[in-house]
Design a protein around this ligand. Structure first.
Ligand SMILES: NC(=O)C1=CN([C@@H]2O[C@H](COP(=O)(O)OP(=O)(O)OC[C@H]3O[C@@H](n4cnc5c(N)ncnc54)[C@H](OP(=O)(O)O)[C@@H]3O)[C@@H](O)[C@H]2O)C=CC1
Ligand SMILES: O=C(O)C1=N[C@H](C(=O)O)C[C@H](O)C1
Length: 250
């Protein structure tokens, strides 16, 4: 059966790539391209069954609520989500008028990044020290990246499970924040550099050894198989799903 797809943020770097991928995909039909200034209603969604949101962190949550109200399932790649905003979406999906609707939010749709997050969580209990370095194109509006935040949370949860405390760090003075952001006790460093697309390194250290886990997305084509998989499967799930790994049985 044909899945009719709307893309929100369709003029953006990711949105335009998703439009092209949907147009070229078997069994999918692109029926609406919405961007800034377009209202989200069942009319503007033009009969879509699934909407894909790649917009900006400031607006994505409001878009998701409007899309659910308009009666479509939603796939979200936009970053900026928090436990609180996830909670509000869960609450919305539990209302009777949203029965049968589902939302999938993933900080990263690239297989290399999803595996890299998994490998980092697997390795985390075995190393004294760990830090995350994310590297992106300079047009990115948010830091740290959503992927880095998810990576740090996964690492922190894995360390906590085996009773590991914080990574050793004797820093006493850091007036300019040189030690980076700290998410659940894990330091994240953000690089913005012309020429880059989306990259992340997790460095784990023990006395005398280091493990580096690195993912490099050189092209936005890397995200498309994951986005298309989510578009095809979101309707088979219930409520809110966070992370592409849930569709990959990782
Ligand atoms: N999950 C994943 O695998 C990936 C996630 N991302 C994330 O996706 C998001 C988008 O990234 P990217 O495509 O590079 O960003 P862009 O800035 O290129 O695209 C965002 C688009 O959304 C538009 N927009 C802004 N506000 C609204 C609104 N209210 N309604 C509809 N459209 C709106 C923007 O318009 P205007 O420019 O006029 O404001 C722009 O066209 C980011 O959060 C990024 O981190 C990126 C890559 C992969
Ligand atoms: O803005 C980007 O480009 C990307 N954003 C996502 C993030 O913040 O993690 C995913 C990927 O890193 C590319």
């Amino acid at each position: 059966m044909m899945i009719r797809v709307a893309v929100v943020g369709a003029a953006g770097r990711m949105g335009s790539t998703v439009c092209q991928a949907v147009e070229e995909a078997e069994g999918l039909e692109l029926v609406a391209r919405l961007d800034v200034g377009d209202e989200i209603t069942s009319e503007t969604l033009a009969g879509a069954g699934v909407a894909v949101d790649f917009t900006v962190p400031d607006v994505t949550e409001a878009n998701v609520h409007a899309l659910v109200d308009a009666g479509v399932d939603v796939v979200v790649g936009t970053t900026g989500w928090t436990e609180e905003s996830y909670g509000r979406v869960r609450e919305h999906l539990a209302r009777p008028e949203a029965a049968g609707r589902s939302v999938l939010i993933a900080p990263n749709f690239a297989l290399s990044a999803v595996l890299s997050m998994r490998f980092a969580a697997l390795a985390a209990p075995y190393f004294e020290s760990v830090e995350v370095i994310e590297l992106h194109h300079p047009n990115k509006v948010d830091a740290p990246s959503g992927t880095a935040v998810a990576t740090a949370k996964g690492i922190a949860a894995a360390r906590a499970e085996v009773g590991l405390g914080p990574s050793p760090d004797a820093t006493r003075t850091d007036p300019d924040g040189a030690r980076g952001a700290v998410v659940d006790g894990v330091h994240i460093h953000a690089v913005r550099l012309r020429g880059l697309t989306a990259h992340e390194e997790v460095v784990l250290g023990n006395p005398g050894e280091q493990l580096t886990i690195r993912t490099d997305c050189f092209d936005r084509a890397s995200f498309m198989p994951g986005v298309l998989l989510a578009v095809r499967q979101v309707g088979n799930r219930e409520g809110l799903t966070i992370g592409l790994e849930n569709l990959l049985d990782l």
